[in-house]
Design a protein around this ligand. Structure first.
Ligand code: SF4
Length: 351
């Protein structure tokens, strides 16, 4: 226990409801995780994060018996549903703000990639043939939450945990969450914070389900086509997010060494960097029990730090530079790569 007599971690992650309780999902959509996304929960608890389970907007609006329908943004996009999303988003932004004001860390908010409501960067929409396709973009609820966070000037990364393999890689999402749970500096102003779960499949035009000749826009009570806002209103809603929140095509996470700096270029186009000459420590953290890629953790001076999953593009070049550090421990590297446990291997430390 700390000196103050209180040992709380002061780390709180906000997670989409179904990540902790799959029972709220639409019938027919639960496959791999019957109760909860256990690898995610193991990671969060292991890292000392408390979890706030966000309300499920679809459950609140339409109940447990809602049918699958087209499972696209269009199916849910009504004024009433947008209002529900906005109300929940405002409550959550207030909670996040209260935690931050009280000195807690909120390392990320977790959505669900592939959901019409909770996607962060890969949302299902109706394609030209009225089929469901995944396109860059967020779901209706995350869009509302993003707008509230921006309005409140809250700088909290959004990460999508993929609900299926088509929507992305769970392992990569967990690696990114693990890296955000590391103590880290605040991102510089202007850094984008939206973090897609790795490259996954090509983001555009991923056909996920042939849905027959015609979609069924009115399978949900209150979800009739006529009730949807016109396209102009929809794009106005998006543009209210401001230019800094506009979506960009996700890219592969990669690392490069340039002008004496290690530069991590994240999928959301933000960067982390540390000077080779400032390096204090190089370690590898393994998470085999959770099936997560090991992480490189490069600590520089002050709060400079680069955290990245092993196996990224550019890693070979990085490794060559790291191995030139006097006393770099190749054995620790080999042990880390073959580790079957959750451990930390120090490969180099400034004397
Ligand atoms: S993805 Fe979002 S809307 Fe869908 S079941 Fe989960 S919490 Fe509810």
């Amino acid at each position: 226990m700390s000196q103050s007599g209180d040992s709380r971690s002061r780390i709180v992650v906000f997670a989409a409801h179904c990540l902790l309780n799959q029972n709220v999902k639409v019938q027919g959509l639960v496959d791999e995780h019957p109760a909860a996304v256990m690898p995610l929960l193991r990671l969060l608890f292991d890292r000392g994060a408390g979890i706030v389970q966000m309300p499920c907007p679809e459950l609140r609006e339409l109940g447990l018996g809602r049918p699958l329908g087209t499972d696209t943004r269009e199916q849910y996009d009504t004024p009433s549903y947008r209002q529900t999303c906005a109300r929940i988003a405002a409550e959550l932004a207030a909670q996040i703000s209260a935690f931050l004001a009280a000195g807690y860390r909120v390392p990320c908010v977790l959505g669900v990639e592939g959901s019409p409501s909770c996607s962060v960067v890969r949302a299902p929409v109706l394609g030209p043939e009225k089929q469901r396709v995944l396109r860059p973009g967020s779901g209706l609820f995350i869009e509302a939450l993003d707008a509230e966070l921006a309005r409140a000037q809250l700088d909290v990364p959004l990460i999508g945990v993929p609900e299926t393999r088509e929507a992305g890689s769970l392992e990569e999402a967990l690696g990114q969450i693990a890296s955000l749970l590391e103590p880290r500096r605040r991102a510089p102003v202007g850094d984008k914070q939206r973090v897609p779960a790795g490259p996954g499949p090509a983001a555009e035009d991923v056909v996920t389900a042939p849905l027959g000749p015609e979609p069924e826009p009115d399978t949900h009570p209150g979800m009739a086509e006529a009730a949807r806002p016109p396209p102009s209103e929809q794009s106005a809603a998006r543009s209210r997010l401001g230019p800094e929140l506009e979506l960009r095509e996700p890219r592969a996470h990669r690392v490069r060494v340039e002008a004496g700096q290690v530069i991590s270029e994240r999928p959301d186009h933000s960067t982390e960097r540390v000077r080779m000459s400032d390096l204090q420590r190089v370690e590898i953290q393994t998470f085999r029990s959770m099936g997560i890629q090991p992480l490189w953790v490069l600590t520089g001076l002050g709060d400079a730090k680069v955290v990245l999953p092993m196996g990224l593009d550019g890693e070979t070049e990085l490794l060559v530079k790291l191995q030139q550090l006097p006393g770099f421990d190749d054995e620790a590297l080999v042990e880390a790569v073959s580790s079957t446990a959750d451990e930390t291997f120090v490969c180099w430390q400034r004397p």
